[in-house]
Design a protein around this ligand. Structure first.
Ligand code: AGP
Length: 616
């Protein structure tokens, strides 16, 4: 998944593009480039393998004139072609009159490349994206700039979010989208912008609109026009005004975005609950016609869909919804959903969880469920993203921009949304007594304060990380609602420290994993006293210690029995079982962060990963 920025206006374009790309580096960072356009001048393109700072140095060395006030830039997560200079975007045509930056995959690029080559086009890269530049070159021989874009894209099969510049009309950038990840148009005064994500442009504007699949935007300094790719008809767009600050999209002095985002989780949860949960009375309210629809009273089953961390949040949501609604609920890994053909239909509620709202596996599953007649709720952190547009009901998690590739505040915000959705539906369907409902709501309203307390353990966690960072394998064990936390904690550790880690239901130990236990295998076990499985977890702790395993236990403050069994402990405040995940995940996020930091890993941009997986 790549990062794209475009600018056309009255200011020098290069600094604006570089700043925007730096804010998008979490989306892909194996190479980057920019192209600058000005009337009567050949397009000036600079592109470099490596991180953005390599491009910044190259641009500085090039001593670019400030007269270039239009341009486009790209930071790449390679899908086709090694991350080397020639494969970095932007790509140009044979006459260097065009510049193209692309996010997505062109499935039929080989056939197009063969045809274009046979017609004399010379390719400079190994990428699929370069075919777009040569198709545009052909289009310009037949049509004007906009017509050439529509003609070229009509030949493409696959996915694209693309921004294009043409030396013949340098002020007029064109953006287009069909499944290749988000593309926003930023609205300024005497200047306009395009980008893959809002944080890239927050220094310049807070007014945006998202391009939808099948749309094309013609962006010049004084105007933006949106057309349908299929028929060229105009589309009216209502700009969004985001309330994010630049600071929220910046590190603000933290060593890493991930640390900042771990520590801001209490605020992110509060923002997500605000206006929906009254923390004093415990009352939950959701506004809008969807939330008072008869369907919410009568659906007969629930399927939750997501990938990675979002799927683990969905597992917790499944447990809550089944427990409080007494309705069958299942969590499906979104990428597997399409192969299952599960029996869902018009009586089915499907809850889609996605921080970015652009994860292609999740979107494909959403469309599959919709095609089978299900009603879709999207729990998402990105206003205007594909998932929010295609769902029937939307619950935005107001976690703010999550820049670190490893998801943290979005996860606990998703848990908050799942919690108040459960309470809201339980009240609609009268499945739990009003008094208990309000008690649960008040307990939920108290969670941000509990989280704040747990996050004060950061230095103790750092000490544990120093001790355990030398190991090469970890097991994380949980039971019940803590099992998804074991999975999520293992994912955090492996994705940022590259240490192998597995999450298991603790009951599985005797069925195989216990064979792994020895002094070289740290085991992290969630043994909270409020858990109905506490006694059985203590047995698991004993089994691990009896086999010389290195045991870190998450225990409730004062649980001497669990403390005695563990080599090291992480203490948590007392909290009711169903709210346990909000607090147990925090020290484990910090543990993963501190271990990765000890190892000198690229925490915000782990190798091979990108923030949102928009290609299959
Ligand atoms: C989590 O730390 C990972 N970054 C990854 O598993 C992520 O949760 C997954 O790709 C889903 O992304 P989404 O929530 O944006 O759909």
């Amino acid at each position: 998944m790549c990062g794209i920025v475009g600018y056309t206006g009255f200011k020098p374009a290069a600094p604006i593009l570089l700043q925007g790309l730096a804010r998008l580096e979490y989306r892909g960072y194996d190479s980057a480039g920019l192209a600058l356009l000005r009337s009567g001048q050949p397009i000036l393109t600079i592109k470099k393998a490596g991180k953005i700072h390599c491009l910044v140095s190259a641009v500085q060395e090039a001593r670019i004139s400030p007269v270039f006030t239009s341009g486009l830039g790209h930071t790449r997560w390679a899908t086709h072609g090694l991350p080397v200079d020639k494969n970095a975007h932007p790509h140009s045509d044979c006459r260097n009159q065009l510049a193209v930056v692309h996010n997505g995959i062109i499935e039929n690029y080989r056939a197009l490349k063969r045809r274009l080559r046979s017609q004399g086009h010379v390719f400079k890269s190994d990428t699929d994206s370069e075919v777009l530049a040569h198709l545009l070159e052909q289009g310009l021989r037949r049509k004007g700039w906009v017509g050439a874009v529509r003609w070229a894209l009509a030949q493409v099969q696959g996915t694209y979010s693309v921004v294009m510049g043409y030396g013949g009309e340098p002020e007029k950038l064109i953006g287009a989208k069909s499944g290749g990840g988000a593309l926003v148009v930023g609205l300024g005064r005497g200047e306009n912008f395009l980008a893959s994500d809002i944080p890239a442009l927050l220094s310049h504007t807070r007014r945006f609109f998202y391009l939808q699949d099948g749309e094309l935007a013609v962006v010049s300094p004084s105007s933006t026009r949106v057309l349908r790719l299929s028929n060229g008809r105009s589309v009216t767009k209502r700009p969004l005004e985001v309330d994010w600050s630049v600071q929220q999209a910046e590190k603000e002095g933290y060593a890493h975005f991930m640390l900042k985002e771990i520590l801001e989780q209490p605020r992110a949860l509060k923002r997500t609950l605000a206006g929906r949960l009254d923390p004093k009375t415990g009352e939950v309210k959701l506004e809008g016609p969807f939330w008072s629809s008869a369907f919410l009273r009568r659906f007969r089953n629930i399927t939750l869909l997501g990938m990675g961390t979002s799927a683990y949040a969905g597992m917790i949501g499944r447990d809550l919804l089944e427990k409080y609604l007494r309705v069958p609920a299942q969590l499906e890994n979104a990428s597997e959903f399409r192969y299952r053909k599960p029996p869902i239909g018009k009586d089915s509620l499907v809850i889609v969880l996605s921080q970015s709202g652009e994860t292609v596996d999740t979107l494909v599953a959403l469309r599959e469920a919709k095609a089978q007649g299900a009603t879709i709720i999207a729990i998402c952190n990105a206003m205007g993203s594909s998932a929010t547009r295609e769902a029937d009901g939307v619950l935005l998690t107001h976690a703010g921009p999550e820049i670190g590739v490893a998801s943290t505040k979005a996860f606990t915000a998703q848990l908050g949304a799942l919690w108040f959705l459960t309470l809201y539906l339980a009240r609609l369907r009268r499945t739990i007594p009003p008094g208990l409902l309000l008690q649960k709501g008040r307990a939920l309203g108290h969670v941000p304060r509990l989280m704040q307390k747990v996050l004060r353990q950061r230095h103790h966690v750092a000490r544990l990380a120093r001790k355990y960072a030398v190991f090469h394998n970890f097991l994380f064990l949980g039971r019940g609602i803590q099992y998804p936390i074991a999975l999520e904690a293992a994912l955090k550790l492996k994705e940022i420290s590259y240490i192998h880690a597995e999450g298991y239901p603790a009951g599985e130990m005797k069925h195989g994993p216990i064979a792994l236990i020895d002094r070289r295998m740290p085991v992290v076990a969630m043994a909270l006293r409020s858990s109905t499985a506490h006694e059985k977890m203590l047995n698991n702790l004993m089994e691990v210690r009896a086999r010389s395993g290195r045991l870190i236990a998450l225990v409730e403050k004062g649980d001497r029995e669990a403390r005695r069994l563990a080599e090291d402990t992480l203490e948590l405040p007392p909290v009711e079982e169903d709210l346990g995940p909000f607090v147990s995940i925090l020290p484990l996020q910090l543990f993963a962060y501190e271990v990765a930091r000890r190892k000198g890993c690229e925490i915000d941009q782990p190798r091979h990963l990108a923030k949102s997986v928009t290609v299959e």
